[in-house]
Design a binder for this molecule. Sequence first.
Ligand code: G6P
Length: 372
Amino acid sequence: AAAEKGGFDWFMEKEINEQPQAVADTLLGRTDETGALVLDELRISEEQLRSVDRITFVACGTSAYAAMIAKYALERWTRIPVEVSLAHEFRYCDPIANDHTLVVSISQSGETMDTLMAVKHAHDLGALTLSICNTHGSTIPRESDGVLYTHAGPEIGVASTKGFLSQITACYLLGLYLAQLRGEAYADDTRVVLTELQETPDRIAEVLDRLERVREIARFMADTRSVLFLGRHVGFPVALEGALKLKELAYIHAEGFAAGELKHGPIALIEPGQPVFIVVPGPDTPHGLHGKVVSNIQEIRARGARTIVLAQDGDTAVEPFADEVIRVPRTSPMLQPLVTAVPLQVFAMELANAKGLDVDQPRNLAKSVTVE
Ligand code: G6P
């Protein structure tokens, strides 16, 4: 079994370390010699894709957070309105969909029943259905019009890690491809983003090389009863994912918030010693978001919170208000989740480990939930 885990203590740890490869493999072979994206495997014609005027993502758990991240990117690059629906809520909100609607399901396993039922409902409404999936030949891609496989390799640990990063990657490929089909990316240059995406496996590898401090922090926090996570823009779903990982693995009460929402309620939870992780947007994120999040850190620190700040290399503005700074390499704003998610995965894993829990098989959870 030790060999199967590649020398790591847990499958999850092995899978966290495989993330540069999972992202690289998901990108592999998807461009032609001119650098343009080619996604022939989609099985949906260019003409059909060009007629799409609404996109709805359906997914559960970690896959739904990948969808929330995708919304920011796809709307920016394609200007097509994007919605995200938890798959088990989709049918019950009387969804609006027709043959110009692209319903994109995200599922690592391809067997999640809630997601499958949403796809079938979308199909009945006449929508185009596309599956982003990691498991060849599984049910959801079979039941969908088209498929875009992630190439993360088998994921054994119940809590998704490399599955998640490869889903974000596949969503970005889809967004850039739709932008390419529609002419040009509206906001960012498609080629520039694609080139940077192709460099992210190296950025993720850099993150993996500097996780010792986050492991130490996790071990010191083995008795912690509640942890909050704040993020903004694409960092908001990353905060939600950080909280989910901690619940799943370490059975600790954890909540993720949009940093801007803090003053509308959650700040009442801040008391001396409350640990709060803050995912800070890069200093060059548009609309001054970086400064706004730095103010949030200042506000909660002033109320005694213990602030654990995820910030880009060179971002010194956070330092006066941070009890701990976890550094991630610089990326453009949209690509930040691919690096910031990693320390949060490792934090949850290490904390569960420190509590003597089974990291790969947390209580009450299943790798894929095949009942509604
Ligand atoms: C289960 C797992 C989660 C996963 C979710 C969706 O609840 O415990 O880790 O995110 O299913 O799984 P899927 O295979 O559809 O991505």
